[in-house]
Design a protein around this ligand. Structure first.
Ligand code: GSH
Length: 271
C-alpha cells in the first residue's frame, strides 16, 4: 500500500454487513483480538476504525461516530460498512461502499499480510465471485421473507400490518433456500477438501466471512437459523466449523453481544 494512503473503516460493529468486515479483520490478524476491535484498534497505523453507533433519538437512521471528530459525511450517501481512502498528500478522498467489495479490496491491499483469504488462481477467483454474488442475492430473498414475517421489520420497511403477506414471505424464504443450495453445491469441492467455502484457500476466506456474518446476525436479531432446513445441512455443518475459529466466542458469545432494542420477532409462517 502506498504510504501516503490512510484507510478508514466506518463500522457499526453490531450490524449485519459490517460484521463481514469484523470477521475479515480478525481472520487476517489486522485486529489482534475482539477486545481490540471493540476498542477500535488495528495493527496497522495506516488503517483506522471509526465505530458507528446508531442514534435512535432522531427517529430515523443516523450515525454517531467514535471518535466524534471523524463523522461520516452525510453527502456521500453510504451505509455501513464503508471505507474511505484518503491521500494524505493531496487530501483527495475515494470511497468503497459495499461490504463484499470492501473486504475484497482490503484483501488485495494486504495481500502480503497474514493468511490469504482469496485464491490466486483466476478460475478460483471467478468461482469465488460467483459464490459471493449468489450469497448477496440470497440475502435479498431472506430480507423479503423477514419484511413480511417480522412485524417490527415490516414497520421499519414501511409495510402496514394488514399489508404483510404470507405468500410473499413464503416466496422469499423459498428463494433464499434455493440460493443457499446453489452456494453449497458450487462450493462442494472446497467443502470436501478444506472444509471452507472459499475455493483455493487453505482456511476460511472471503466467501466464508461474507456468509457467516449473515447467519450470525439473523440469529441474534430474530433467533432465526437460516440453515435450519435439512436441505442446507452442509452449510449448517460449515457454520459449526466457522464457530470454532479462535476469536469466535470472545466476539460473538460475549455478554450483550447484541443490543436488546434491536431484537425482533418472526412469526412462524409455514414456509
Ligand atoms: N449492500 C450493503 C448493505 C449495507 C447496509 O444495509 N448496512 C446497514 C447496516 S448493517 C445500514 O447502514 N443501513 C442504514 C442505511 O442504509 O442508511 C453492503 O453490503 O455493505
Amino acid at each position: 500500500m502506498p504510504t501516503n494512503e490512510q484507510l478508514t473503516l466506518f463500522l457499526w460493529l453490531q450490524g449485519l454487513f459490517p460484521r463481514r468486515v469484523n470477521y475479515w479483520l480478525l481472520i487476517k490478524g489486522l485486529v489482534l483480538s475482539p477486545q481490540d476491535l471493540l476498542n477500535g484498534e488495528t495493527m496497522d497505523p495506516n488503517l483506522s476504525l471509526v465505530r458507528l453507533n446508531l442514534d435512535v433519538a432522531t427517529g430515523s437512521i443516523s450515525w454517531k461516530s467514535n471518535p466524534e471528530s471523524d463523522p461520516l459525511p452525510p453527502e456521500i450517501s453510504t451505509s455501513s460498512p464503508c471505507l474511505r481512502i484518503r491521500d494524505t498528500k493531496t487530501g483527495n478522498e475515494r470511497w468503497v461502499r459495499e461490504s463484499s467489495s470492501i473486504i475484497t479490496y482490503l484483501e488485495e491491499v494486504y495481500a502480503d499480510r497474514g493468511p490469504s483469504l482469496k485464491p490466486r488462481d483466476l478460475l478460483d477467483v471467478a468461482a469465488m465471485n460467483d459464490l459471493v454474488g449468489q450469497i448477496n442475492l440470497s440475502i435479498i430473498e431472506s430480507l423479503t421473507y423477514i419484511r413480511h414475517a417480522s412485524p417490527q421489520f415490516a414497520a421499519f420497511a414501511g409495510i402496514k400490518e394488514e399489508e404483510r403477506s404470507q405468500p410473499a414471505a413464503r416466496v422469499g424464504h423459498q428463494g433464499m433456500v434455493k440460493g443457499f443450495m446453489k452456494v453449497q453445491d458450487w462450493a462442494r469441492d472446497s467443502l470436501a477438501t478444506t472444509g471452507w467455502l472459499t475455493p483455493g484457500t487453505d482456511g476460511p476466506g472471503l466467501v466464508d466471512a461474507n456468509l457467516a456474518a449473515v447467519r450470525r446476525y439473523l440469529e441474534l436479531v430474530y433467533g432465526w437459523d437460516i440453515f435450519e432446513k435439512s436441505e442446507l445441512k452442509p452449510l449448517a455443518e460449515w457454520y459449526e466449523r466457522f464457530k470454532g475459529l479462535p476469536w469466535w466466542a470472545a466476539l460473538e458469545e460475549r455478554p450483550n453481544v447484541h443490543p436488546s432494542e434491536f431484537k425482533f420477532t418472526i412469526e412462524k409462517f409455514e414456509v
